[in-house]
Design a binder for this molecule. Structure first.
Ligand code: BTN
Length: 260
């Protein structure tokens, strides 16, 4: 990583002095993937709450190693460093998706929903996705976790064949170009608020489950070559999806959901 590429944009953000997430924000004009940059910084001793934004990613990745598409400089691609205890790791998904859901609802004035486990949709189309990568030195010790967020701010998915039917963006919803740093500032303070609750011992599962719109639908969940179908009937205490299938109840820990 070339240190000269860093610009500190802290002054552009209105995080409170007590905040943990966003106290340090680094803006890189180009990264392969912010996930790997933050992992490197974590190994060099970076503090919890560090945020790295890249204006452009050459190899941005989504869940299941899919490509993550953005418009140059116009969308949010960020990764945040967390150092949670083992029993808090599952809540990072809830922290991120709840904060994104709240941010998007507030900015667009449309009720955003969470598609299990962490896609955020408006009117059935994806505005944001979350990728979480955890580094553990032993089976019980979490060194750190990196939460990556891609949020379509000014993207025009209508000109992108791969996502034109499935994605939307804040600007497409509101009809106006939006300053990505304003979105970032709101998002970081909401992530900080949710994470502080976790650190105080609060379980976010109930708040999170009220925003998960997947429950009640007949769905297909794919995970690699494995596909399982059934009714999404519940979420368990750590956020796994409970499916009622022909073979009985199944707990799904990860996968890509399609409503059928
Ligand atoms: C998904 O919906 O599949 C998750 C998308 C996550 C994309 C973000 S963009 C910032 C960070 N860096 C990456 O390479 N990926 C995540």
């Amino acid at each position: 990583m070339n240190k000269n590429q860093f610009i500190s944009d802290v002054s552009l953000l209105t995080t409170s002095s007590n905040s943990l997430v966003g106290k340090q924000v680094l803006n890189l004009s180009l990264a392969e993937s912010t996930m790997d940059e933050v992992k490197e910084l974590a190994k060099l001793g970076a503090r919890e709450g560090l945020v790295l934004i890249a204006d452009n990613q050459s190899m941005g990745r989504g869940r299941f190693n899919r490509e993550w598409l953005t418009t140059s400089g116009q969308d949010l691609t960020i990764s945040i460093l967390f150092k949670p205890a083992l029993n808090q790791v599952h809540m990072l998904n809830m922290v991120a998706s709840l904060a994104i859901q709240e941010t998007i609802s507030e900015i667009t004035q449309e009720e955003a929903e969470i598609k299990w486990p962490n896609d955020v949709l408006v009117n059935g189309k994806k505005v944001s996705g979350v990728l979480i990568e955890t580094v553990m030195s032993t089976a019980t010790h979490v060194d750190f976790a990196v939460v990556g967020i891609g949020l379509n701010v000014n993207l025009n998915p209508l000109v992108m064949d791969a996502i034109k039917d499935s994605a939307t963006s804040i600007s497409l919803i509101t009809g106006a170009l939006t300053d990505k740093y304003e979105v970032l500032s709101k998002l970081l303070s909401m992530i900080d608020r949710q994470y502080q609750l976790v650190l105080q011992g609060r379980d976010l599962c109930i708040d999170w489950s009220t925003k998960v719109s997947t429950i009640g639908n007949k769905v297909k969940v794919s995970n690699g070559s494995k596909i399982i179908s059934g009714y999404a009937v519940d979420l368990d205490s750590v956020g796994n999806l409970i499916l009622e299938t022909k073979q009985g109840r199944v707990t799904v820990t990860s996968g890509d959901v399609t409503v059928i």
